[in-house]
Design a binder for this molecule. Structure first.
Ligand code: PCA
Length: 167
């Protein structure tokens, strides 16, 4: 796959494999994406689930919560623009760089050596500083799963629209 410009994005929520928005990264009308690696943040952050739609948020509060698990993707400019729009940057989330510890690198390496487990890299992440005052006291998770024991299943955009709630 060729990318004129590329970026790396770390996803930890509904964009991960097996989660409700992963397909959007493989809808070529949104741009291009390629799975590179599983990884976790080197610092701890609160990963919470909130709002009436059970949306996952990584709160930009390093030092609280867990080292959050997720996936690194290589994306082209078009996909990055799509994701910024989809994640309502900068109102809901802000796209910042985060340090990551590689768990397993399976994707291409662009001529460089394949990063080994434990090696450090960085990627963009959609985290937020624009959170409600009670969000930091919500339960936090190490690894997001819409169908986890928490029972807080993500409500898809389609479902919100069917209910007439587009917020
Ligand atoms: N989508 C982005 C941020 C939270 C969400 O559900 C992600 O998966 O990383």
């Amino acid at each position: 796959m060729s990318f004129l410009h590329m970026a790396r994005v770390f996803v930890y929520g509904t964009l991960k494999r097996g989660q409700p928005n992963n397909y959007r990264m493989f809808d070529t009308s949104n741009g291009k994406a390629e799975f590179l690696a599983s990884a976790r943040t080197t610092q701890t952050y609160p990963l919470i689930i909130t709002t009436q739609h059970n949306i996952p948020f990584l709160l930009n509060i390093p030092g609280k919560g867990h080292k959050v698990r997720g996936e690194i993707y290589k994306v082209d400019d078009k996909m990055l623009e799509f994701l910024d729009d989809f994640e309502s940057v900068p109102q809901m989330y802000q796209r910042t760089l985060v340090n990551l510890e590689v768990e397993e690198w399976v994707g291409e390496t662009m001529g460089e050596e394949r990063p080994t487990a434990g090696s450090i890299t960085e990627a963009f992440v959609y985290s937020t500083t624009t959170y409600q005052p009670d969000w930091p006291s919500l339960p936090c998770y190490e690894s997001y799963d819409s169908h986890g024991d928490h029972g807080l299943e993500y409500e898809t955009r389609e479902s919100r629209e069917r209910r007439g709630n587009v917020e």
